[in-house]
Ligand binder design. Structure first.
Ligand code: CP
Length: 350
């Protein structure tokens, strides 16, 4: 039986730039509706809540999962998702004259019911600039602004990660140990997915162990938020630089490459291609930092997860990624359901 989510109005019109901006009750409401959408994909009372409405997807950087799952989400809710790129719009930037964010946000608000924005490292000059842009849109738009991944956070990925864990490890994640481990690789990844995941996991009471080689520190402000989240949810948050310690007793293993904090300086000095080359050279030194069957044996028969795209045989071996404990495709599917839930709650007719 479908139990429709009631009292939808309190999220109507809300932005989603990071799950940290929402209360635990609001996060739970979105997750609960996402499970309803999964169970009743084409047969839910809210399946027409975006009837004849448009959602703008504004991409500064490319994507597989995000574009496709948002487009599918809009379709499944009876609406339409329109793909936009900065090159197809005459926007003001530090390098060119054009329309201000203030004007663009207000004009776009007259056409659509929500705007998603993706802006990552290679489209900005310094860490935090992507988040500033999203918050500037949010201040000026009269419709919800949602992050489709920016330099700091990736809220829909964090929600999808949790949906995947709950599907396999049970609804109550309190006391489950999650290892979030850096992996070597050639893709020079953003901090957004791992930082979002650390926030939501510590918020929901998981015992979080973050493991990485020295030199791969994440944003200290985000780490402080995770420590505060863990204290508030009576769970633990720790950072280790030792793989043995990290894998020991883990119920879920989440591997992911990320770049060093130096990437922005490298990009300013040498350009994107050379900066990436230098990062790849540094990462290649950490040969052990790949999730293998042997490392997984040290865990508590952990599920393996990755937010994608996977850098196979760099971050994780094929054997683990395709193994019986891997939940990577379920997490990818969860993107669709959590996005439908947030769109219905924040943008849907009610
Ligand atoms: N995880 C994620 O956001 O994937 P894409 O970059 O393919 O959208």
């Amino acid at each position: 039986m479908i139990v429709p989510v009631t009292n939808m109005t309190n999220l109507y019109g809300r932005d989603l730039i990071t799950t940290q901006d929402w209360s635990v009750a609001e996060i739970e409401k979105a997750l609960s509706l996402a499970f309803e959408f999964k169970a009743n994909r084409y047969d839910h009372p809210l399946n027409n809540c975006l009837d004849r409405r448009t959602f703008f997807m504004f991409f500064y950087n490319p994507s597989v999962r995000t574009r496709q799952s948002f487009e599918a989400a809009a379709t499944e809710l009876g609406g339409h998702a329109q793909f936009l790129e900065p090159k197809s719009m005459r926007l003001k930037s530090s390098k060119s004259a054009g329309e201000t964010v203030e004007d663009a946000a207000q004009v776009m608000s007259r056409y659509a019911v929500g705007i998603g924005i993706r802006i990552l490292e290679t489209a900005i000059d310094y860490y935090g600039q992507g988040e500033e842009l999203l918050r500037q849109y949010a201040e000026n738009a009269s419709i919800p602004i949602v992050s489709m991944a920016h330099d700091k956070f990736h809220p829909f990925q964090g929600l999808a990660d949790v949906m995947g864990y709950r599907q396999h490890a049970g609804k109550n994640l309190k006391g489950k140990k999650i290892l979030q481990v850096w992996g070597k690789g050639a893709l020079v990844r953003s901090w957004c997915s791992v930082q979002e995941s650390l926030l939501i996991n510590s918020r929901l009471g998981m015992d979080v162990t973050l493991a990485y080689p020295k030199g791969y520190d994440l944003d200290p402000e985000v780490i402080k938020m995770c420590e505060d989240n863990a204290a508030a949810s009576d769970s633990t948050f720790e950072i280790v630089h030792d793989l043995e310690e990290g894998y020991k007793g883990a119920d879920i293993v989440y591997s992911r490459n990320w770049m060093t904090a130096n990437f922005y300086d490298l990009m300013a000095k040498h350009g994107e291609a050379e900066a990436k080359k230098k990062e790849i050279e540094i990462a290649a030194k950490y040969d052990d930092w790949i999730t293998t069957k042997d490392w997984m044996k040290k865990s508590n028969n952990a599920f393996f997860t990755h937010c994608g795209p996977v850098d196979r045989n760099a971050e994780v071996t094929d054997e683990v990624c395709d193994g019986p404990r891997s939940i990577v495709y379920d997490v990818a599917e969860a993107r669709l359901h959590v996005q439908k839930a947030v769109m219905a709650l924040t943008m849907g007719k009610h």
